[in-house]
Write a protein that binds this ligand. Structure first.
Ligand code: ZN
Length: 418
């Protein structure tokens, strides 16, 4: 007979799961109690019927779910012991059966974790980024910031006090003023707390752009994509393009989500992010693109980075220091390098003709990681440059602006580090 507890910490309300097995004579009795401050509070006392004289028990295996609300039982928070007694139907011990005793130390914690937000003045923008610094009164396996439906986890370890956490956050370009932002934490006992964050989100409008699809472009680009999408044999180049622009784009985003799921609990970067030198902006962040073929709109998508054009095959510098977490080919993005700058902040470089960065290696701000090109869905030599906060693309322009970086990120980290 065994008792299995999933967590040694018990919260305000839960079901204790108890898996009881007795293959031989069967289960006769199960008794569970909590011992706290010298008091024994029974939670369960169940007696099982026999299959008949000398035949043993009817039940050999059962999963019991015992509802447990410490407050309702008058049990205070703190250390306690969970005691379990099981008996079987064997004829030993003068017919009382074999007894199995088990005790486990537990912690009763019915209070939600106290969250103290340390950072102030969270001025955010639609499509932009920010940082929230908070302190937890107890250790929590999960904590972070929710922005609408999005969750951005907090990291600890870069401050002297391990209770202080920082979460880099993103305001998805589709989320405007009024989006609820809150710091959340769940402790080991499962108690959750949620504290609204005082903040302001500036509304932003994004440009609309038209992309003309020529037969020349489709005939040049589509053959390499046919094997990457699900199209009928002999599909027209336009049909292949539509599958690439919709389905492959979505699949490529899933790949990027995986690449950016883990991040170092450190601030690898310093100061403003570098922009590709001597380059012109060819397309902006969150441009709404209408794709036109023979005078008709055939598709619409949003451009989640900035296109920068310089001389063909220009060397591309790492925008800031960090760890190369991806160097390879991703569908519409072609040759791509992704750098983890820590705390969930990533930069990505796409359509590269060459990649000189190595996955797993650290790079310093300005190190050449590759060269611009026309790989993926690029129609001309350029760099597609993106910034992600975990799974969310944000406006790279904020990160090129030293003053924005100081006011909105660095100063908030420094304010608590000292
Ligand atoms: Zn682009």
């Amino acid at each position: 007979m065994t008792m299995v507890l999933t967590s040694p910490a018990l919260g305000a309300s839960q079901n204790l799961k108890l898996h009881v097995i007795d293959r031989k004579s069967g289960i006769r009795k199960v008794w569970v109690a909590v011992l706290k401050d010298g008091q024994e509070v029974p939670l369960l006392d169940k007696t099982y019927s026999s299959a008949g004289l000398l035949a043993g028990g009817q039940t050999h295996e059962e999963t019991l779910e015992i509802p447990f609300e410490p407050k309702a039982k008058g049990i205070q928070d703190g250390k306690a012991v969970l005691r379990f007694v099981g008996r079987d139907f064997s004829w030993r011990n003068w017919g009382k059966g074999n007894a199995q005793y088990q005790e486990q130390e537990i912690v009763i914690d019915t209070r939600p974790p106290v969250i103290n937000v340390l950072s102030r003045a969270h001025y955010l923008s639609q499509g932009g980024a920010g940082i929230v610094v908070y302190k937890l009164a107890e250790e929590c396996p999960t904590s972070g910031v929710t922005v609408g439906e999005h969750f951005y986890r907090g990291f600890s370890g870069m401050f002297k006090d391990p209770a202080i956490h920082a979460a880099m956050i993103a305001i998805d370009y589709r989320l405007g003023p009024g989006t609820p932002v809150a710091v959340t934490a769940t402790d080991f006992a499962g108690n959750e707390n949620r504290v609204g964050l005082q903040h302001l989100i500036n509304a932003r409008t994004f440009r609309r752009d038209k992309i003309a699809l020529s037969d020349g472009f489709l005939d040049w680009k589509m053959p390499e994509f046919v094997s990457q999408v699900d199209v009928v044999p002999g599909a027209s180049p336009l049909d292949v393009f539509l599958a690439v622009n919709r389905d492959l784009r979505r699949a490529n985003y899933e790949t990027l989500k995986k690449v950016t799921a883990q991040s170092d609990a450190a601030v690898h970067w310093k100061g403003e992010f570098l922009r590709l030198p001597a380059a012109a902006n060819r397309a902006g962040f969150a441009d709404h693109r209408s794709y036109i073929y023979k005078g008709k709109v055939v598709d619409e998508q949003t451009h989640m980075g900035i296109d920068l054009a310089s001389l063909a095959q220009s060397p591309v510098p790492a925008a800031n220091s960090g760890k190369v977490v991806f160097a390879g080919t991703i569908g519409i993005y072609g040759g791509t390098v992704v750098i983890d700058h820590g705390l969930g902040l990533f930069s990505m470089y796409s359509h590269l003709s060459q990649m000189t960065a190595t996955e797993g290696r650290m790079v310093a701000k300005g190190d050449i990681i590759g060269a611009t090109g026309v790989t993926g869905l690029a129609g001309g030599d350029h760099l597609h440059y993106g910034i992600m906060i975990h799974h969310t693309f944000v406006n790279p322009m904020e990160w090129w602006d030293g003053q924005w970086v100081r006011n909105n990120i660095t100063s908030k980290l420094e304010a608590v580090a000292n």
